[in-house]
Design a protein around this ligand. Structure first.
Ligand SMILES: [Zn+2]
Ligand SMILES: [Zn+2]
Length: 384
């Protein structure tokens, strides 16, 4: 079958303290400390066969994510940009939907022909974090498309326990559209996890500020609107991304460059300030750090975006205003996939609005090239 493989050279930085497990498995916790000169290769690889607890999916739609870009892009020193858990060589692709074409001997909940979306977080279910319900922080986590083979391929093996059926969407929108929408359940789930599963204090009527109008920020925008937000104010330097944010219903969308964020947010909220801040840009030092006078009493800040410098935070303000700040990672558990699928099926969120192109897998390399400018929000590859 055809597949898009990430290659990179093994070149650990001298200061990186690598664990024995990392050395053995070549699965690296901090990718940018080890992997050099990343490159992509579109070529033939063997067809997968299912383990007893797996199904084989025929991949119908797979999104290119900011993380995929960060694995493929290198910094000036040649090291991959991606700071997280990653191995190479490996097939990319973790935002996807497909059709079950083969079922392992122990799979009971899925059948050939089922349409499914799949969790990227491959939680174990037996470690202490998992047993406490915090599956996004599994101590034995693997990540599909990062440390195990991903879905930028014609077929992918996945454990049945990570699959969620898309029949509720297919009933409303038909099979083909359900699969494109299904590919966006994973990124939308990342925003859902941050907004509704971390602080458990979302209230309809919240004034919301979202940093970053990439896929995670746009998903947060759609969810905020569906969940009854007051104003939804988007910040992104890209004019084309701000246009998508406007099309999806933002109250206002601004470039954050060279403006006083406190001032802008106070003005747009008629002096009331912001109740819910969602960081989806990965530059907390430029987004969360400057927020001070614009934080309403009992404001919440959710930090989702990865990267950037370590911020210096106005903790005195946080005390005076009763502000809470939570980090958020992942999309598994808490019924998130189920609920995102239902919101899509009900037509309350339509993430297709952020898809700027649907392309065959054969065009994957040019799609990655095109995304380097960060003008598109989401490109969907359709391998079959
Ligand atoms: Zn992603
Ligand atoms: Zn676990």
């Amino acid at each position: 079958m055809k597949a898009l493989t990430l290659n990179a050279e093994w070149a650990p930085k001298p200061e990186y303290q690598m664990s024995d497990r990392e050395r053995e498995t070549r699965k690296i916790r901090n990718g940018f400390m080890v992997w050099k000169n990343p490159s992509l290769d579109l070529g033939e690889v063997p067809d997968p066969t299912p383990e007893p607890d797996e199904v084989i999916l025929e991949i119908k739609a797979v999104g290119i994510c900011g993380s995929d870009m960060h694995m493929y892009e290198a910094a000036d020193d040649g090291y991959m940009l991606y700071p997280g858990y990653v191995t190479a060589p490996n097939i990319l692709g973790h935002e996807f939907a497909g059709k079950v074409v083969e079922v392992g001997s122990k799979v009971t909940e899925l059948q050939v022909g089922d349409l499914v979306a799949v969790e990227e977080i491959q939680w174990c279910g037996v470690c202490t974090a998992c047993r406490r319900g915090f599956v996004n922080h599994c101590q034995n986590m693997e990540e599909l498309g990062f440390t195990t083979p991903g879905a930028m391929a014609q077929y992918t093996p996945v454990r049945a326990k990570y699959c969620w059926k898309l029949d509720e969407i297919a009933e409303q929108f038909g099979e083909e559209e359900a699969l494109v929408m299904g590919a966006m359940v994973e990124p939308t789930g990342v925003s859902y996890q941050g907004m509704f599963n971390r602080l458990h204090n979302w209230q309809p009527g919240n004034n919301v500020v979202i940093f970053g109008a990439g896929p995670i920020g746009l998903a947060a925008e759609a969810l905020a609107i569906a969940a009854g937000a007051g104003k939804v104010i988007m910040f992104d330097p890209s004019a084309s991304r701000r246009r998508v944010a406007d099309d999806m219903g933002a109250s206002a969308s601004l470039s954050p460059i060279d403006i006083d964020l406190d001032e802008a947010i106070l003005e747009l909220t008629l002096g009331r300030g912001v109740d819910y801040v969602i960081e989806c840009a990965g530059v907390a030092d430029k987004t969360i750090e400057p927020l001070n006078r614009c934080l309403a009493v009992n404001a919440s800040i959710i930090d989702i975006g990865m990267g950037g410098k370590r911020p210096t935070l106005p903790t005195v303000t946080y005390k005076q205003q009763g502000v809470q700040l939570a980090g958020s990672l992942g999309h598994s558990g808490s019924g998130t996939f189920q609920n995102v699928i239902r919101l899509m099926a009900a037509g309350r969120i339509d993430m297709r609005k952020m898809v700027s192109a649907r392309m065959p897998l054969d065009d994957a390399l040019s799609a990655f090239k095109r995304l380097e400018s960060r003008e598109d929000a989401k490109i969907i590859l359709q391998p079959n």
